[in-house]
Design a protein around this ligand. Structure first.
Ligand code: CA
Ligand code: CA
Length: 147
């Protein structure tokens, strides 16, 4: 099952990384994991972004990390507020970090580092406000398995 992809400590490592990143930036980061990507990876990420209602941020600065582990697909999708102010290669560094870590089998560690890096990068454009609200849950969401 997708839920079993990370150990319990891996899961808490990731949610802690999200909380750390969100202490730096008003951007809201979520992680979605599933076994297989049923369509084009960017279409899938866009679909899930809507489904998880990740557009519900004041500054439209939600970021989805999407991973399907059996077919090794990965997407990082930022909302319109981010795309309006960053270059198109903004996520490349984070993506490369993830790809390199995943090649070594370091999934939760790589993801945690990638999330923190995203926080550092987002901070430039979206610094955290004093009265920051956790607009989107930090919990990892998982795809439903069909078997
Ligand atoms: Ca927040
Ligand atoms: Ca959050």
């Amino acid at each position: 099952m997708a839920q079993d992809f990370f150990s319990e400590s891996g899961k808490s490592q990731i949610t802690e990384a999200i909380a750390d990143a969100e202490n730096m930036t008003s951007g809201e980061i979520r992680v979605h994991i599933e076994r297989k990507c049923p369509e084009d990876v960017l279409d899938r990420a866009a679909f899930l972004f809507e489904k998880l209602e990740m557009y519900k941020t004041e500054l439209r600065n939600g970021v989805l990390f999407y991973i399907s582990f059996e077919d090794h697909k990965l997407a990082i999708l930022g909302d319109a507020g981010i795309n309006a102010v960053v270059a198109t290669d903004f996520w490349n560094e984070t993506k490369n970090l993830l790809v390199n870590a995943f090649k070594k089998g370091e999934y939760s560690k790589g993801l945690s580092e990638g999330i923190r890096l995203a926080g550092v990068q987002l901070k430039e454009h979206f610094p955290v406000a004093k009265n920051d609200v956790d607009e989107l849950s930090n919990d990892i969401s998982f795809g439903e398995d069909t078997k």
